[in-house]
Write a protein that binds this ligand. Structure first.
Ligand SMILES: [Zn+2]
Length: 423
């Protein structure tokens, strides 16, 4: 029997409102009539790219994947290597079941021995990009046939400049299909996410990126048709997280400074602290460093909420249960209230508005999964129902569902198969 093909495109930070914006486009109409649209996905906490993508190919929450942050502790080095993920991935299962596997920029898959054709996500500079790929699992053949012929797209724009990086990723993915026709292909471009950070969740520039995304998606699907696999390919177009518009910013951690639990010098360097705070963009985890500080922190957060507001918070037990948190050592989880975005700094104004120019990003994510605009899921192919729509499911359900399309059962997962969308 012919092996099923599976393509999973994760268009970073795409939201259902983008799908609505593109609704009159032929390929979106085709998906609406012949495929599946799950309007929103409940992603994982933190709603950051690497934790989300690890969950999107394992069906497990971050407390099992082990990928609970984008960066290695205390650094700005991306957790790009596969050994960060502590459970088997969909790719591992596919490879073990005889499928050929490929990746273009899906996070946390550097050095992945289960991937036949791998261009992992690394943010090296243009000058050392090829060497970086080679050092992390890209074969010489893939370098020669896919990477080198497309490096001109990055000429003068380096590897993080959008939309060039996105163009490079999409074009490499198109070439992967045309040159290798792999059974399972993962793709992760970021231009929509970058533009939303820069210009806010909604803007003309973001709409332009949505149109460019659509163009590339049609090119990917054209490539599937060109190799004659359209009737045999389950084609998934989804996203990892949404974003929230930043209009107002609040800094609950300054409450601890005001209460004497954090002491700063005149340059705002922390010189002593009895609570420690660390951030995931739009949320903050706080640890009280002694029992007395914990009693005081309880009061500070309760009083702050009553008198100032601009946040919600949970204790460790509540947050761990609600958000399947990894084993962070913390006492309080401070989250956005869906109106204010959360800054972690223990100094500065308690409230800031974008209009003051203090806060530079106009869109953010890294909050809990129910807040802000949400990720979305589209799919078309032989295993999906025709013209089926549902409102919401959890991200962790997606990989186990897609595994079923390949005839594979993933063991010990948090997610369950979304039977409703399958034939
Ligand atoms: Zn992302």
């Amino acid at each position: 029997m012919k092996k099923r093909k599976l393509i999973i495109l994760s268009a970073d930070a795409m939201i259902p409102e983008d799908v609505e914006y593109l609704m009159d486009k032929p390929f979106v109409q085709k998906i609406m009539n012949e495929g599946v649209w799950i309007r929103t996905l409940k992603t994982v906490y933190p709603a950051n790219t690497y934790p989300c993508h690890a969950s999107m190919i394992t069906g497990c929450y971050p407390n099992k994947t082990g990928v609970d942050t984008n960066f290695y502790d205390g650094t700005h080095t991306w957790r790009a290597e596969r050994d960060n993920i502590k459970v088997k991935t969909l790719i591992d299962y596919a490879k073990a079941n005889g499928y050929t596997t490929a990746n273009v920029y899906w996070p946390v898959l550097g050095d992945d021995t289960s991937i036949d054709y791998n261009i992992p996500e690394y943010f090296a500079t243009y000058d050392n990009l090829i060497d970086t790929f080679k050092a992390h699992g890209t074969s010489d053949d893939v370098i020669d046939k896919i990477v080198k012929p497309n490096m001109h797209i990055l000429d003068g724009n380096d590897n993080e400049g959008e939309p060039y990086a996105g163009d490079f990723i999409y074009k490499c993915a198109v070439d992967m299909i045309l040159k290798y026709n792999p059974d399972v292909l993962l793709i992760h471009p970021c231009p929509l996410d970058s533009m939303r950070h820069k210009k806010g969740v909604f803007s003309d520039e973001v709409n332009k990126e949505a149109l460019r995304t659509y163009d590339w998606v049609t090119k990917l699907y054209d490539a599937v048709c060109a190799v004659g696999e359209e009737d045999n390919t389950d084609f998934v177009w989804m996203s990892d997280h949404g974003q929230m518009t930043v209009t107002y910013w609040t800094r609950p951690v300054t409450l601890f400074t005001d209460a004497g639990l954090i002491t700063l010098d005149k340059d705002n360097n922390i010189i002593s602290q009895r609570v420690k705070a660390w951030k995931f963009n739009s949320s903050v985890l706080v640890k009280a460093l002694d029992d007395e500080a914990r009693v005081l922190a309880d009061k500070v957060l309760a009083d702050g909420l009553k008198n100032k507001g601009g946040y919600v918070y949970y204790n460790k037990e509540e947050a761990t249960k609600l958000f399947h948190l990894a084993d962070y050592d913390f006492d309080y989880f401070i989250d956005s209230d869906n109106f204010y975005s959360i800054g972690w700094e223990p100094w500065g104004n308690y409230f800031s508005s974008i209009a003051e120019g203090v806060v530079k990003v106009l869109g953010t994510h890294g909050h809990s999964p129910e807040i802000g605009y949400q990720p979305t899921f589209l799919a078309i192919g032989p295993d999906f129902k025709k013209g089926f729509k549902m409102n919401r499911t959890e991200t962790v359900n997606i990989p186990v569902t897609l595994a079923k399309c390949l005839g594979i059962t993933m063991e010990d997962r948090d997610g369950v198969v979304v039977e409703e969308i399958l034939k």
